[in-house]
Every structure is written in C-alpha cells, then in structure tokens.
Design a protein around this ligand. Structure first.
Ligand SMILES: Cc1cc2nc3c(=O)[nH]c(=O)nc-3n(C[C@H](O)[C@H](O)[C@H](O)COP(=O)(O)OP(=O)(O)OC[C@H]3O[C@@H](n4cnc5c(N)ncnc54)[C@H](O)[C@@H]3O)c2cc1C
Length: 381
C-alpha cells in the first residue's frame, strides 16, 4: 500500500508530536509513525522542567524561545499537563558556586529574564528543607515544570484534530521520500522527519547521536515539602561531562505534591534496567542538599535514554538527502525545546525567516566538527 502526504514524522514523542502539530497548522498533510505507545520513549521517562539554560548562547536562545512558546500555550493546556510556574533555584554549595550564580544572574538579567540572588538565609527561607549550611543560590522566576506524557498527548491530540494521521508500525528505512515499515508497508512523502530520539541513528546512520541513560525517582505526596525546582550548580559539570557516569542533585515538585528526584547521566549503558548503584549515589548526593529526602517514601524508580550530541545542541533541519530532515538530539532538554524545535523545522520547510538563528542547530555542523577534528588529529599525528 502506498500513501502520499506532505510530511511523514517518524516518532510520536513530544518532539514528533510538536512537529506534526506545527506542520498541520501550516496546512500540510501529515502522517506520524509510531512503533509503540505515543509518548512512551524518553518523553515518558523525562522529568519535565521547562528551563532556560545558558551553556552556550545557542542553548540560551533555543530554551528561552521555547519557554516563551510554552507560556503562550498555558491558557489552552488541560489540567492534567500540570503546568506549574514554580521557578528554579540554582543552589550554590560554596563561595565558588556563588560566583557562578552571580555570573549566571548577570547573563540572565542582561537577557531580560527576571532573576534574584539569594544568600544563605534567603535560600533557607525559600526552601526550608535545604541544608542551612548551603551558601545561597540564584532564583529564576520564569522556569516551570509540567508532566511530559500528558503534554505530549495533548500535542498529538491537537495534531489529530488538525487532520494528522497516526499510524502504528516500526519504521525500518527512511530516505529519498520513502518510508518502509517492518510489515512491508511503504509510504511516500515529499518530506520525512526523523524524530526518533535516542535511536535516531538506526534510521539515519552516521548522525552523531548517542544514548545517555538517566534515572529518576518519584516519591509519595508531600505537599509543601518543596516549592521550586532545585538544581545544584554542579549539575552543569555533570551535564557537560562527556565521559563516565555522573550524578547531580535536581529535584522538581509536581502539582500532586510528589517530588521527582534526579539526576544521573551514563554513556554506554544499553540496558534499560534500573542500576541500583547509580540510584544509591543519586540519593546520597540529594541528601547532601536535602537531609530529609532519604526519609521520604519512593513510589517508583525508572530510567530512560536521552539523545546526546557532541556539542549539547539538538539536530534540527535538513540533511544531505533533500527529503530527509532531523528533529533529534535534545539530550536533557527535549521537553523544554520541543515547541521551538517544531517552529524551526517549519521555518526550514517553508523557507521563511525564523525568530532565532537556525544555523547553530543545523545537522551539518556536527558532521563538519567531526571532519575538522579528524583532520586536526591527522595533522597532529
Ligand atoms: C531521566 C531523564 C530526565 C529528563 N528530564 C527532562 C526535563 O526535566 N526537561 C526536559 O526538557 N527534558 C528532559 N529530558 C529529556 C526529554 O525527556 C527528551 O529530550 C525528550 O523526551 C525527547 O523527545 P523525543 O520526542 O525526541 O524522543 P522520544 O520521546 O524518545 O520519542 C521517540 C519516539 O520514536 C519512536 N520510535 C523510535 N524508533 C522508531 C521506529 N523505527 N519506528 C517508529 N517509531 C519509532 C519511539 O517509540 C518513541 O515514541 C529528560 C530525559 C531523561 C531520560
């Protein structure tokens, strides 16, 4: 059977759902392919912060643009999306981290984001369950949290209301305007979008996306225990490290009163099972910041795979195959940046001006970086 449409999006996680909706709103005929339950990949495993990050100017541009798109969507989000404008506090353990908090404050303030430095006493007042010996922190008011599976479900339902077809099946090949499913079905389309997250290289070999495993713990309901998303400033070291396993203190309140406790990062961990050694390190780390956390009751522990790229930016845009586009490689920021990804993808497809520069996210930049570093190593050999 051969279908024809304008766009086939492979993968119905939050990124694929957002892309399908954006394309359908622009009047395109869209089909989404999903091998499992929609939203059951990294989207179901994710924590759900809608956070602005400043590891690079491009990361700041993408996260703040996407956060503004989420804010515009708030009035229409169903209650089960649990959008909660709780803000983030970047927690500084010592004077060195306070210096980093001040640097961040200056950057965010210069970019127009409402932020506030907290000394040790103010930090304790804002979050009484934090250890009182911590040095202070930076409060970022615009950050929020939501419940990713419901957010993704909302986006794909909206997309379906705009005429998007959701087809179940495992895609085994996607190139030159044709997609083949494991059952032999072939579909044709002017544009194909690979939005399969951590497994995207299986369909587009050669793209530099690696699986990066992460664990999360969810507790029973403790209303009032936590008011903000809390992230240790050392989280940046963990997120930046490109080798080895790392853990960092990151807790998020859910509207239900539950706490999500993260986070861990592991390369080369193919097994999706829970690694109890890593979970124990996460709890130990969290206890350094919130001594009462280990006494709370945990309901569930799980893991998922982030889609990591070498420069911590996603791959959004065209490939050498003129029919094939990528929307993948979002690492720990795919919930936050899904809406901006969809806008940028559509900007490419319509060849129209974008609200932020497209270049930093082009898939070709990663191939170029790898070529350059290979040439460098040959030159230095
Ligand atoms: C522990 C953890 C915590 C996180 N916390 C946050 C956070 O707080 N904030 C944030 O912004 N991000 C967070 N993230 C990252 C975020 O969850 C991901 O970046 C995001 O969910 C990626 O969405 P996606 O749609 O690209 O991928 P996925 O959700 O993985 O969706 C890909 C879909 O493609 C389907 N698929 C794959 N292969 C095929 C195929 N061959 N044929 C058909 N279908 C296929 C899969 O079944 C899946 O449904 C976290 C991730 C983890 C693991």
């Amino acid at each position: 059977m051969i279908h024809t449409c304008d766009v086939i999006v492979i993968g119905c996680g939050i990124v694929g759902s957002a892309c399908a909706l954006e394309c359908a709103r622009a009047g395109m005929k869209v089909t989404v392919l999903e091998q499992d339950t929609p939203g059951s990949g990294a989207t179901a495993a994710g924590m759900g912060h809608i956070v602005v990050m400043d590891d690079s100017p491009a990361q700041f541009a993408l996260t703040s643009y996407s956060q503004s798109l989420w804010k515009r969507l708030i009035p229409e989000l169903p209650i089960n999306v649990e959008y909660h404008s709780c803000g983030t506090i970047w927690v500084a353990a010592d004077d060195e981290e306070m210096a980093e908090a001040r640097r961040k404050q200056a950057y965010y303030a210069a970019e127009g984001l409402p932020v506030e430095m907290l000394d040790s006493a103010q930090l304790h007042e804002a979050e009484p369950n934090l250890d009182p010996s911590l040095a202070g922190g930076l409060r970022v008011f615009s950050d929020a949290v939501l419940y990713p599976p419901s957010a993704a479900a909302y986006l794909i339902q909206q997309a379906q209301q705009h005429g998007v077809s959701l087809v179940y099946g495992r895609c085994v090949q996607a190139s030159r305007g044709e997609v083949r499913l494991a059952n032999g079905t072939r579909l044709q389309s002017r544009i194909i979008v690979n939005a399969t997250g951590a497994v995207s290289p299986e369909l587009t070999p050669g793209i530099l996306v690696k699986k990066r495993k992460g664990h999360l713990i969810i507790t029973d309901r403790y209303p009032g225990f936590l008011n903000h998303q809390l992230v240790e400033l050392g989280y940046l070291k963990s997120a930046h490290s490109t080798l080895g396993d790392s853990v960092a203190f990151n807790v998020q309140p859910r509207k239900t009163g539950q706490l999500l406790i993260g986070s861990s990062r592991q390369y080369d961990a193919e097994d999706g099972g829970v690694d109890h050694t890593i979970v124990a390190s996460m709890i130990e780390r969290a206890a350094l910041y919130m001594p009462k956390l280990p006494s709370l009751s945990a309901l569930r522990i799980w893991s998922g795979f982030r889609a990591a790229t070498p420069d911590k930016l996603p791959l959004i845009g065209p490939t050498e195959d003129p029919t094939l586009f990528l929307a993948t490689g979002h690492e720990g920021l795919g919930i936050t940046t899904s809406l901006a990804t969809a806008r940028l993808l559509l900007d490419h497809l319509l060849n129209r001006p974008s609200e932020i520069p497209l270049t930093p996210y082009l898939p070709s930049r990663v191939a170029a970086t790898v070529r350059d570093s290979a040439a460098d190593s040959v030159a230095h050999a």
